[in-house]
Design a protein around this ligand. Structure first.
Ligand SMILES: Cc1cc2nc3c(=O)[nH]c(=O)nc-3n(C[C@H](O)[C@H](O)[C@H](O)COP(=O)(O)OP(=O)(O)OC[C@H]3O[C@@H](n4cnc5c(N)ncnc54)[C@H](O)[C@@H]3O)c2cc1C
Length: 502
């Protein structure tokens, strides 16, 4: 006989990454549903949500795409953050509207000791005439494409963040619409253009590495930021705990029980807890936020969606290579490169390190690892080989799970929330960590279309006692780069199959 303990909640969430945690927190704050989050890893946030670069996207990186949808998703997610998180989390969510000109309010980051966002700006490097990618190709078509991209970047960023749109509507925040962002307002004045001497030096060194004289660059200071993903995951978990959400880690999902005739309706999940005990968990609604493991779950639910799993490489450099966050907005993939500096307070110590990435990727289903050589090569060109290899460096790769768009050529970074009519489950893929405010809010809206949801007025601020914060700290794992730095303190000998120490 197989013994199982039978329990019941209102909603169960499978997956304790940013999607699962943000959804649980938002539902706990706005409803009286009894909620349980199940995570297979020993801690929360160890999947893609613990391995990312930590770039909070407000649209800068996607402003040059021919289709403006991803840009708008970033803009809208910032609006959701400002409306639903900033008032509730106080100084922790340190993005606010500030009056930048009479009667014009815009999103800005303010310094805060516990803040989720680093106020250090992110610069977009826009290559112009004679840049290496153009002088090497010599093709007129490349020049035209670069100019088109430049115009889109300047126009969209200026429309959203250049003082043309007033984000304040009384008590709430209102982002510009798609139409407002897409209308052609002409380029100048471009208020986001910025100077940065260190960045000029990096670009000069970059050009010299191609044996060519310095070329022209435009630097734009965008509203993107480095985010402390651990602090976000911990604070959301703490808020969820204080609203009664149960978290269970180290679980193994064994079975989904449901009606298989007509639209699938689930009745219960069977899983083993960390200690091996078998549990039979009944719920009214089932939310799957299982990241790269979502594929088999979709199949079992007969949900058709084309998911693609790609490996992307990242490099951690300690100490940081520079204080400047920057990304090269090239039209050529081989020239894509970005540098982000993470500076976080952990266990009483400040940790400051660089994360290097580009837009390269390989299929996660091929035996190949993502290639870190292009990243090393770009970093050498900007910072010089000596500065680079004098640091402690690790390369690692991580799986990005994305929805495949109708046009195979395009990568989709959009969030995705899916269910079948008359079903009682939702499958969620956030596309980006940054989209957590929208994903949480939209999941709540979708849920209301599936079951009667007991909505309650949210508390004005989270009840984050030191006990609840300590409990959340035990539950959430450190981001992978910080684990590496903790496991390999200076002087220790680095080893490991998936880590590269130089
Ligand atoms: C290299 C890289 C860099 C990135 N950089 C950025 C960035 O800078 N900014 C940004 O916004 N986004 C970035 N992203 C994207 C971002 O990391 C993801 O979109 C986001 O973290 C995905 O969150 P998730 O909750 O869906 O997945 P995950 O964080 O992977 O969480 C899913 C969880 O589900 C659990 N799970 C799976 N199956 C089961 C099961 N059967 N039972 C119980 N639990 C289960 C997993 O263990 C995991 O913890 C990056 C991604 C990669 C790969």
């Amino acid at each position: 006989m197989t013994l199982s303990q039978i329990e019941a909640v209102d909603a169960v969430i499978v997956g304790g990454g940013i999607a699962g945690i943000a959804i649980a927190e938002y539902l706990a704050r706005h409803t009286s549903l009894r909620l349980r989050v199940l995570e297979q890893a020993p801690r929360l946030g160890l999947g893609a949500s613990g391995k990312l670069e930590g770039w909070f996207h407000t649209g800068g990186l996607y402003s040059g795409q021919d289709d403006g949808q991803t840009f708008m998703n970033c803009v809208n997610s910032l609006e959701d953050l400002l409306n639903h998180y900033a008032p509730h989390f106080g100084a922790r969510c340190n993005f606010r509207l500030q009056e930048t000109a009479p009667a014009v309010w815009e999103p800005q980051i303010f310094s805060s000791a516990d803040g989720w966002f680093n106020p250090n700006p992110v610069y977009l490097i826009h290559p112009q005439s004679h840049c290496p990618e153009l002088s090497r190709s010599g093709l007129q078509g490349d020049r035209v494409q670069m100019e088109l991209q430049r115009q889109r970047v300047f126009r969209r960023l200026e429309a959203a963040y250049g003082g043309r749109h007033n984000w304040s509507r009384g008590e709430t925040c209102l982002a510009p619409t798609y139409a407002q962002v897409e209308q052609d307002m002409g380029l100048p004045p471009v208020s986001l253009l910025a100077e940065n001497l260190a960045l000029q030096d990096y670009c000069r060194r970059f050009d010299q590495s191609f044996q060519q004289p310095p070329s022209d660059y435009a630097f734009l200071r965008c509203r993107d930021a480095a985010m402390d993903t651990y602090a976000i995951l911990r604070d959301l978990t703490a808020s969820a705990l204080s609203e009664g959400v149960e978290f269970e880690t180290g679980v193994t999902l064994e079975k989904m029980n449901g009606d298989r005739y007509g639209p699938v309706r689930l009745k219960s999940l069977v899983y083993r807890g960390a200690g091996g005990a078998r549990k039979h968990l009944k719920a009214q609604i089932f939310i799957f936020a299982a990241g790269q493991s979502l594929g088999p779950i979709l199949e079992e639910l007969h949900l058709r969606a084309r998911l693609k799993r790609n490996l992307s490489a990242m490099i951690v450099a300690y100490p940081a290579l520079s204080e400047v966050n920057f990304v090269r907005m090239s039209t050529k993939n081989a020239f894509h490169f970005n540098h982000f500096v993470q500076s976080v307070q952990r266990r009483g110590k400040r940790l400051t390190y660089s994360l290097l990435a580009n837009s390269g990727y390989a299929s996660a289903d091929s035996p190949e690892n993502a290639d870190i050589e292009p990243l090393l090569e770009s970093a050498e060109r900007y910072f010089g080989a000596e500065a680079l290899y004098n640091r402690r460096l690790w390369g690692y790769d991580c799986v990005k799970t994305e929805l495949v768009s109708d046009d195979e050529q395009k990568r989709r970074y959009s969030y995705w929330i899916e269910s079948a009519p008359s079903s009682n489950y939702l499958c969620v893929l956030p596309g980006k960590f940054s989209f957590f405010p929208t994903v949480a809010l939209q999941t709540f809206q979708r849920l209301k279309s599936l079951i009667p949801v007991p909505v309650v007025a949210p508390p004005s601020s989270p009840r984050l006692s030191s006990t609840v914060l300590a409990e959340a700290e035990k539950l959430v794992g450190l981001p992978y780069p910080q684990q590496l730095l903790e496991e390999h303190p200076p002087g220790a000998v680095e080893a490991g199959s998936d880590k590269m120490a130089l």
